[in-house]
Design a protein around this ligand. Structure first.
Ligand SMILES: [Zn+2]
Ligand SMILES: [Zn+2]
Length: 89
């Protein structure tokens, strides 16, 4: 049993797995956080309409789910980050 990196609670893999379910690409092994410290927002990905994972220390909801972010890195060779780039005017 690994402790949560954020709050030091023991990670309940069952609860975390349930929480991560909409993400599909991610499993409890990708996290060192407990279910209390993980935020998942459904239907928020601008590309696939799937759920996004909100990283800690991130104040805004990401526009890309982890899978689409990875796809973008594959296709363009650069990391788009979690949010759509706002064109500078
Ligand atoms: Zn925690
Ligand atoms: Zn997506």
């Amino acid at each position: 049993m690994k402790p949560c990196h954020n709050c030091q609670a023991v990670i309940d893999e069952y609860l975390l797995d349930k929480q991560l379910e909409p993400l599909r690409e991610l499993t409890v092994d990708d996290f060192n956080l407990c279910h209390d410290c993980v935020t998942v927002v459904s239907d928020a990905c601008v590309t696939c309409g799937g759920a996004v994972y909100v990283p800690r220390n991130e104040s805004t909801t990401p526009d890309y789910c982890p899978a689409c972010r990875a796809d973008a890195i594959d296709q363009t060779g650069h990391d788009p980050g979690w949010t759509l780039e706002t064109p500078s005017v």
